[in-house]
Design a protein around this ligand. Structure first.
Ligand SMILES: Cc1cc2nc3c(=O)[nH]c(=O)nc-3n(C[C@H](O)[C@H](O)[C@H](O)COP(=O)(O)O)c2cc1C
Length: 152
């Protein structure tokens, strides 16, 4: 565990819409690019995640790559609270695809449609086709390593 925890990653909030139309999401460090052509990205999500049914319902997700200083948001999205999104800014992607976009708190975001789900131990590997995205060039992403949030 300490070995994997050493590997530095960004901090991503994966979002989707539940069958009730409300936003769902969780904090993940297991997110990376897979392919350029076509553009694919993956996230690994625990089988116990309450966000998984929302990803299935949405048939996609949005990966919000958090900006530096968003520790509080990362911690909140890593809870099991049912009202995680209360007071948090989000918007629907223009395309209507993927999950909620949290532009104000993100350095960048990728809107994905679900391409493949692969069972891997106690997680699912979700492979998404990136259909839309955006980035804020002046905004630094947040880094997570050895269980600490760090600026870039
Ligand atoms: C920095 C950080 C990284 C995390 N990375 C992952 C991850 O890659 N995959 C995962 O399934 N959970 C990860 N978690 C844990 C989930 O965020 C946590 O279990 C959350 O409560 C799940 O919420 P949900 O059940 O509402 O989906 C991470 C938590 C933190 C704080």
């Amino acid at each position: 565990m300490n070995v994997m925890a050493t590997f530095p990653s960004g901090v991503v909030v994966v979002t989707a819409y539940g069958p009730d139309g409300l936003p769902r999401g969780l904090t993940v460090s297991a997110f990376c690019a897979v392919s350029l052509d076509p553009p694919l990205a993956l996230a690994c999500i625990a089988k116990t995640s309450n966000t998984l049914p929302a990803v299935q319902h949405t048939d996609g997700f949005t990966a919000n790559i958090l900006a530096t200083g968003r520790e509080q948001l990362a911690r909140r999205m890593a809870t099991k609270l049912s009202d995680k999104f209360e007071g948090i800014a989000w918007a629907r992607a223009q395309s209507g695809l993927g999950g909620p976009v949290m532009e104000e708190d993100a350095a960048a975001y990728a809107v994905c449609t679900l391409q493949q789900t692969i069972e891997a131990g106690d997680h699912w590997i979700l492979i998404g086709g990136v259909v839309d995205g955006g980035h804020r060039p002046g905004v630094a992403p947040m880094i997570f390593s050895r269980r600490e949030y760090r600026p870039l």
